[in-house]
Structure formats: structure tokens, C-alpha cells
Ligand binder design. Structure first.
Ligand code: KIV
Length: 274
């Protein structure tokens, strides 16, 4: 599915169902289950590599997994994360690395943060690379943000996120992904910008939703170094596999249930939002 088809879908009022994906088997399965967009997220540092955070994922890792995902899908658009350290140093380095991901099969790249990153996004877009801006909780800044915390709770920080979204929209980003922000702020942003919003822990009013596949299946139990019992799944995650009827308990039907819930506005509920 091309990015313009995704935009047409949103124009018709249909919600976009996005899911993380890191290999060809899950790409094929997700496509068959009706997922619109696959996110090759740098969350792979945590869910595949077992790390505490996403900070050590390399551009080569992202290239490799983007190629694997691209091999498994014809119909889904592919968004790939630019990993930490691949786009902050200079606009030129960002462009070289973004082109590697596009050559590997990405339709669009995602960068984290507003502020100075607005110029980087503009430079990439001017050089023909479609960009998604990731705002709110930005996992690559987990250390600066003091942990996995909801963002935009105070009036000042909400205004900052809104301003970043408006600035990113002005330079032509194709999507704004909002992570762990109050539902009301996500609604305001969605109504204030042209670019569609994709939410994760950002309430039901975004134009689309994304989940990490391991969260959708309820199989992520924290970093390799920690005991599974110590892990508390985030509020925004929902285990769609657990909700399958016993006679219909497959990964494919769990992914299908997620897609249907997004399309019918049944997910996320208030219990998954802030
Ligand atoms: O890397 C990732 O999976 C992401 C999602 C959390 C949105 O960026």
C-alpha cells in the first residue's frame, strides 16, 4: 500500500492499523491479517536483542530488518526507524542513512524529537525522503526523560509538543507518531495539523494506532537481564492473543482482532489511554 493510499484511507475516515514487524514471516502474516503499515521499529533492540532500551541499535540492524520485512510484504507500507546516532549529528549524515533505509525497502523513515530535528526533517523531505516525526515520549531519549514516562502532562510541555507537531507538519512530514501523551493533547494535535497522527498510548482520536507485536501477543517480559516477574506491561498495551476464543487461538487471528478493533474504534479504550 503506497503512502498516498494510506492518506486516501484516512480521508475516508478509516483508521490506520500499524504494527511493528522485524521479519518476513510476520510481514506476510500481518499483511494477510489486514495490517496497513508495518513499522520496523528500533524497539527491536529490546524485543529481539534483549537490551534495556533502543540506544544501541545500529543502522545495519535497521537495514537488515527492513530488507527482511520488505521481502515478506507486497501490500503494506513500510516505515523504518532511524536508530539513535544515525541522524542527530548532521543533516547530511541523516540523509545518507535515510537513503540506506529507503534502499533496503522502507517507504518512509521515522525520526524522534522536535526542536532541531525539524530542520533535519525538512532537509530529508527536500531530498525526496518521506518522514514521520515521533513526538511525546521518545524512547531514544529515555535517559534524558528520566524513564518511561507520559509526556505533555503540564500545560508547558503540552504546548511544546503541540508546537513541535505544528512545525513538523509545516515542513511536510507525512505522519506524526505520538507516544504516551494525554488523549486530549493527541486529539488537539490531530485536529491542528494536516499530517495524520498515529498513536501509541495517545488515546482513540489519532488517525491510526500502532502496537509492538510482542505486546499485542503478550509475550514481552522485559529485558533479558531482568526476571519476567519484575515486568509490568505498559498501560497502552493489550494482549489480543489472550482474548481469542479458545477455538480460534492463533497469532493471525490475534493480529486480525487488533486490526478490527482499531478500525472499529474499539481500541484503544480509556483503560489504555492517559
Ligand atoms: O520502535 C518502535 O517500535 C516504536 C513504537 C514504540 C512506536 O517507535
Amino acid at each position: 500500500m503506497s503512502l498516498s493510499k494510506i492518506n486516501a484511507m484516512i480521508g475516508r475516515g478509516e483508521k490506520v492499523a500499524m504494527l511493528t514487524c522485524y521479519d518476513a514471516t510476520f510481514a506476510k502474516l500481518s499483511e494477510a491479517a489486514g495490517v496497513d503499515m508495518l513499522l520496523v521499529g528500533d524497539s527491536l533492540g529490546m524485543v529481539l536483542q534483549g537490551a534495556e532500551n533502543t540506544l544501541n541499535v545500529s543502522i545495519e540492524d535497521m537495514e537488515y530488518h527492513t530488507k527482511s520485512v520488505a521481502a515478506g510484504t507486497i501490500a503494506c507500507s513500510i516505515m523504518t526507524d532511524m536508530p539513535a546516532g544515525s541522524y542527530e549529528l548532521s543533516k547530511e549524515t541523516a540523509l545518507l542513512n535515510a537513503k540506506r533505509l529507503i534502499a533496503a525497502g522502507a517507504d518512509i523513515v521515522k525520526i524522534e524529537g522536535g526542536g532541531e530535528m525539524v530542520n533535519t526533517a525538512q532537509y530529508l523531505i527536500e531530498h525526496g525522503v518521506p518522514v514521520c516525526a515521533h513526538l511525546g515520549f521518545t524512547p531514544q531519549s529515555v535517559k534524558q526523560l528520566g524513564g518511561y514516562r507520559i509526556q505533555g502532562k503540564t500545560e508547558e510541555s503540552a504546548q511544546n509538543i503541540l508546537q513541535d507537531a505544528v512545525a513538523m507538519d509545516k515542513v511536510g512530514v507525512r505522519f506524526v507518531l505520538l507516544e504516551m501523551v494525554p488523549a486530549l493533547l493527541a486529539k488537539t494535535i490531530t485536529e491542528s495539523i494536516n499530517a495524520p497522527t498515529i498513536g501509541i498510548g495517545a488515546g482513540a482520536d489519532c488517525d491510526g494506532q500502532v502496537l509492538v507485536i510482542q505486546d499485542l501477543l503478550g509475550i514481552y517480559t522485559g529485558p533479558a537481564s531482568k526476571k519476567p516477574e519484575a515486568f509490568k506491561s505498559p498501560r497502552f498495551a493489550k494482549n489480543f492473543l489472550a482474548e481469542n476464543s479458545p477455538g480460534n487461538c492463533s497469532i493471525q487471528s490475534a493480529v486480525q482482532a487488533y486490526v478490527e478493533a482499531v478500525k472499529n474504534n474499539a481500541f484503544p479504550g480509556k483503560e489504555h489511554s492517559y
